[in-house]
Write a protein that binds this ligand. Structure first.
Ligand code: NAD
Length: 498
């Protein structure tokens, strides 16, 4: 089965193609780097030109296809994703390491997204409203934007491309997907599904390659109207700057430094379940991962002991093995990055309660495994309390008051997800009001977004846009206001009626 995916290709104008140069890169299994998962084209600006040309041509007709008819393709994508869910999840688990149950969840998010946006084909509501003048009709309608470049990370190789591609398409745009270098086979499988769904040539295109080469070429390209980017804050800043200079629409979904608050009145067992899932799910490589636990001093010792006990039982292993709790990090850079943050933590005076090192026992030595790690005595000023680590590392911060907990939670440059465990309804509502984040969970972990609600963050997590739900329609359409004057005479707004 895997051999089908060894040779991933670009998909341009409905054709599967290698890079014009013939250059290739490799994708390896992060749980065992001896295993090759796929080769894929190292595309160059000339390949980008071909994809943009195809997408521009297809846009001329796709925008005129009625939205309910466009939505039928989206619905078909959802059905095919369901049909291939297990095969795709197995591939994902082997290509980027997440445990198989989470990989199935990743594909399911794509399915949910498809069915949600297929329904949007019969909505895409605008407004009708009054006019200040007689015999005049006024309304607003959504217009597609054009050719959209979708640049995505490796941590949700199906869900994130679906969040972007499906609303973009139902709104009448054409797309070019540039997936992460670590998950080319997943992207190829996904685009194969779009191909099977029968979308016309050029409506969906796929360009593999290195971000700084083809990603950059796409962002700079004059034939691209909109860039939707999910990834690191550093690259996001570069993408945003280029889009500013070239007057492109741009949606940025960037990093996070999410916290879970546990107050003294919380259900500690429930908070523990949330903390383990939030901190160590997807090996901490979620933009919404819990990387800080802000603990009330009255329960801190007890909760820390509970946390240590549970963490010590987590099993590291390949994602496709059913008894694996935590998979590998995605690549050697991630392993270096997390190891480096442990050095920083130690040098700043944090105490490593458990983990804190690369796991090298037995078969684990062949992959990028890092032990689940808990850091104690972390103060809010330390780098490990402020910067995104993107690994299985959680920092414990002690507080005395609820207001202090909220202030510390807010004290980072990011604002994606947040969580509060309390049984006090007043505290819950204060948290909903005062937390600076795009997402707040009450008595739930920082991870668990559903596709019909807006997803994204405040401050440096993004640039004010939201993905998912009806909010994504605002990214992928422009508003047009339409006035129809049936009075048969010139009526001057703000003049003739005053
Ligand atoms: P990354 O920024 O390195 O790469 C993301 C994508 O950008 C990849 O496809 C890459 O090839 C491409 N890219 C790299 N350099 C580029 C350039 N100069 N121009 C254009 N494209 C370029 O991020 P990553 O390591 O793949 O992902 C991890 C990051 O993503 C974390 O910071 C995480 O928080 C963030 N993330 C955010 C969200 C969210 O919705 N807020 C979701 C998932 C991940």
């Amino acid at each position: 089965m895997m051999t089908n995916w060894i040779n991933s290709l670009n998909y341009i104008d409905g054709c599967w193609l290698p890079a014009k140069s013939g250059d290739e890169l490799e994708s390896r299994n992060p749980a065992d780097t001896r295993k090759l998962v796929a080769t894929f084209p190292r595309s160059a600006p000339a390949d980008v030109d071909a994809a943009v040309e195809a997408a521009r041509r297809a846009y001329r007709t796709w925008r005129l296809v009625p939205a309910p008819a466009r939505a039928e393709f989206i619905y078909r994508v959802g059905e095919l994703l369901l049909q291939y869910k297990e095969e795709l999840a197995q591939l994902m688990s082997q290509e980027m390491g997440k445990p198989i149950a989470e990989a199935r969840g990743d594909v399911q998010e794509g399915v949910d997204c498809a069915f949600y946006y297929a329904g949007e084909g019969r909505r895409l509501f605008g407004q009708t409203t009054t006019s200040e003048m007689p015999n005049k009709f006024a309304m607003s309608v959504r217009m597609p934007i054009g050719v959209c470049a979708l640049i995505t990370p490796w941590n949700f190789p199906v869900a994130i491309p679906c969040w972007k591609a499906l609303p973009a398409l139902v709104c009448g745009n054409t797309i070019i997907l540039k997936p992460a270098e670590d998950t080319p086979a997943c992207a190829t499988f996904l685009i194969e599904i779009f191909d099977k769904a029968g979308l016309p040539p050029g409506v969906v295109n796929l360009i593999h390659g290195v971000g700084a080469e083809v990603g950059k070429a796409l962002v700079e390209h004059r034939g691209i109207d909109l860039v939707s980017f999910t990834g690191s804050s550093q690259v996001g800043a570069e993408v945003g700057a280029i889009c500013g200079q070239t007057h492109k629409r741009v949606c940025l979904e960037l990093g996070g430094k999410n916290a879970q608050i546990v107050m003294e009145d919380a259900d500690l067992e429930l908070a523990l379940e949330g903390a383990i899932w939030g901190a160590f799910g997807t090996t901490g490589q979620r933009c919404t991962a819990t990387s800080r636990l802000i603990l009330h001093r009255d329960i801190k010792d007890k909760f820390t002991a509970m946390l240590l006990e549970r963490t010590s039982k987590l099993r590291l292993g390949a994602g496709i093995e059913l008894d694996t709790d935590i998979g590998p990090l995605v690549n050697s850079n991630q392993l270096k990055r997390v190891s480096n943050y442990l050095e920083i933590a130690r040098s700043e005076g944090a105490e490593v309660l458990i983990g804190g090192e690369v796991a090298k026992d037995g078969e684990l030595q062949h992959g990028y495994f890092f032990k689940p790690t808990i850091l104690n005595n972390v103060s809010p000023q330390m780098r490990v309390a402020r910067e995104e680590i993107f690994g299985p590392v959680v920092a414990l911060i002690e507080v005395g008051e609820f207001e202090e907990a909220i202030a510390i939670l807010n004290d980072t440059p990011y604002g994606l997800s947040s969580s509060v465990y309390t049984r006090d309804i007043n505290r819950a509502f204060i948290a909903m009001r005062d937390i600076e984040a795009g997402i707040t969970y009450i008595n739930g972990p920082t991870i668990g977004a559903e596709v019909h609600l807006p997803f994204g963050g405040v401050k440096q997590t993004g640039n004010g846009h939201r993905e998912a739900g009806s909010a994504a329609l605002d990214v992928f359409t422009e508003w047009k206001s339409v006035y129809v004057d049936f009075s048969g005479r010139l009526q001057r707004a703000q003049i003739d009626n005053h």
